[in-house]
Every structure is written in structure tokens, then in C-alpha cells.
Design a protein around this ligand. Sequence first.
Ligand code: ATP
Length: 434
Amino acid sequence: MTVIRDSSNIAVADGTATVKGWVQDIRNLGGISFLTLRDRFGTIQVTMPKKKIDPELFENITKLSRESVISVTGEVKESKQTALGLELIPTAFELYSEAAVPLPMGVIDKVNVEMDTRLNHRFMDLRKPEIKAIFELRSLAVALVNETMQELGFTCVSTPKIVASGAEGGATLFHVDYFGKLAYLAQSPQLYKQILMSTGLDKIYEIGPAFRAEHSNTNRHVTEFTSFDGEMCWIDKEEDVMEMIGKIVDNVLRGLKERGKKQLEILGKDIKVPALPYPVLTYSECLKMVQDAGLKLKEGDDLGTEGEKIVGDIMEEKGFDLYFIAEYPEEAKPFYIMEKDGTPYSFSFDLDYKGQEISSGGQREHRYNELVARMEKKGLNPEDFEFYLDAFKYGMPPHGGWGIGLDRFIVKMLDLPNVREAILFPRDMSRLSP
Ligand code: ATP
């Protein structure tokens, strides 16, 4: 007997097979019954003509509850009526786990289920092929990032997630009781990426969790997200970083389009691969676009969700999905960003994808005195950052980098409505489980 796991690729020399999976559906038509068995590759039809099957076997299979986990052994036959072109006539079956009735939510029912219900029963939600496909694409995206970064000579690193100081502002820090001392969950690997720039590991990247105590419930913010960060030495200007991001994103999009065909087909989506280089707008140009559209923003303000959307719509009309917004006012950016001397601007940028920020980056301040001055200007106490500042005292090359929100990247690529759709078990203000 051949044990097959890939039911979409049944090649059985002796005509028998064992298929393992979930009972998706049973249709009992009196003289004949059909069971649809689902595994990760798709479904196969188990056909049971009552007269040709052992009565006890027929009885036991047809009374199974939906979503029970079984294995069925039987004869494989060609069948023009089934999508797979094959059907299985059972000779034996084994029940591994019986599903309780009723199910908390359906897997194949076409009714719209609220997102909260879906997330409450995520294990069941993920049994839907179109939901599973998102995470298979996400997995492929991570593999492609790793491949691309290795090819480009970056070293993969892991930095601490329990930290003594935050890099991205006090408002979104999660506090941790660390053996009686106050610690935080890392908002980003920023400080450690920069420390590493002083070591000779001069091109590094990390894909890891980032934590932000976001106090608002939006469709683009969660409290735990996955950040793909890169940092590189010896840059002359922030455009060097932008060029690198372009190369990486382009390679990942191309790879997903090519290697994710099956999942994209399940989702009914295509991936557009924009031409390089991605256009660069300045913050000032964007601010004007947004003000012209009626939003009351002033110089120095963050463009915000609405502003980004307005710029996104204008860029979409011009045929651009991905574009940089550069030269942000220094006031709007964190202390580690380099100021553009003699101007209110900075050597920083965001990368926006279809009207939403998915990444920010820039040239960092590598000069010790200037860095300390920027910290003080932002109301931070340099003493709290001694471990970080130390690395700038003894030889720090010019450097720059970025952080891309992987979840947002997937969401925009697939035009999903909410960042939670690309996170297996999302965390937000009101969700701590499952
Ligand atoms: P936003 O203005 O959208 O809140 P941010 O400016 O706070 O984002 P950065 O600190 O620049 O974000 O972080 C870099 C990237 O990390 C963002 O472009 C985004 O893709 C991702 N990111 C940041 N915060 C969140 C969050 N709360 N949930 C999901 N992704 C996030």
C-alpha cells in the first residue's frame, strides 16, 4: 500500500492509497455517499456506493462529524466528476479524533463570519484554504528575504527583546518587571543594530518581533508585529539605503509572484511588481498634496493615516504602488536620525505601499556629540542610553538602515483589509488570546 500525503499528486502503483485529513463534508444520497477529505494540499472525494461497501464501514464513515480527523484506505479510481480527477473507494478507515458538534464556525460555509469570531477560533479559521494561503505566502516572503539578504552579503542577527531603554518614544513602551527592575519589551532592534555597526559586522538584518503599546485600535496597528530590519555601514547618503530596500523588495515580490502561484490562485490575487527605482517624493511635496486635499496639517506634522491615503491615491493614479517619502522634518523623526544641517529636515524616509507606510529608514547620526545633542533635544537623558552611546565613542562608521513591518507588507501586497489578517494570533489592546 502506498501512503500518500499529497492528495493533489496521487501516483499509486498498486491502485490503493491511504489519505489522512479532516472530514470537510459528507453528502448522503441514499444509495451513494460522498465524503470530502481535506489535507494541506487540497481535497479528495471518498465515494461510497452503498452496495459495494462493507455495511459496517459505510455506517461508521457516514456518521462521522464534520472536521473529524481520519485516515481512509481504499482503491483509487479515475473520476471525471471530481476536481482532482480521482476518487477513493474505501476499504478501511481509522478515526484519530472526533470533532465535537456544533463547530464554533464553519470552514466551507459561505456565510460572513465577524473577524473577532474568526480570531477567537483561529485554529478553525486557518483550515480555510484562502486563509492558510496568506500564511504560506508569508512564510515564502520570509524565505525570500533570507535568501536575498544572504546573497547581498548581510549577516542575520538576533537582538534582545527584553531591554533597558526604548528607541521609539516612551508612549508605546511595554513595562516588564525584570527581577524587581524596570525593563521594557523592545519596540525595535534599533539601538542594537546600531551598536553592531561599530563591530565590523557592517551589513546586518533581523526578522523578529517588535512590541508597541499602541493605545488605539486601528486596522494597521497591533501591539506585537514582525519587523524586518536592516542596517548597513559606509553609506554616503540615505539614498544608498533606499536603493538597497528597492533591490530587496523587488526580489521578494518577484519571488512571491513566481513561487507563490498556487496560493495566489487560491486567493484570486496577482502581485504587481513595480519597476525600479521607486519614485521619491519629499515630505514637503506630500504635505502640500494633503493640504490641497483639505486636510488641516501643518509643517512638521505626521502625514497620518488619512494623509498617507491621499498621497497613495494620487500615486496610484500615476501608476505607482510603491514610493518613498523623503526629507522628513527632523522634529517628526526619532533621535537616532541624522539632521540635514542648517534645515528643519532630516536624512530620513518612509516607504509607502498603496497609501500606507510600511517602512521607515534613513541615515543615522554616527557622530557622538551630535547624537547626544539630539537625544537632549528630544528630552531624553543620555545616561539612560550609556550602553548604546559607548559604541559611538570608539569608532563608529557612517551608517543607515530601515525597519519594514512584515505584516503590513503582506497586507498591502494582497490588498487585505486589516493588518490582523496577516498575523496568526494578533495582539491588540483588547486581544491577548488565543
Ligand atoms: P505608524 O506611523 O504607522 O504608526 P511608525 O512611524 O510608528 O508607524 P516606525 O517606528 O517607523 O512606525 O516602524 C517601522 C515600521 O514598522 C512601520 O512602517 C510599520 O510597517 C511597522 N509598524 C510600526 N508600528 C506598528 C504597529 N503598531 N503595528 C504593525 N506594524 C507596525
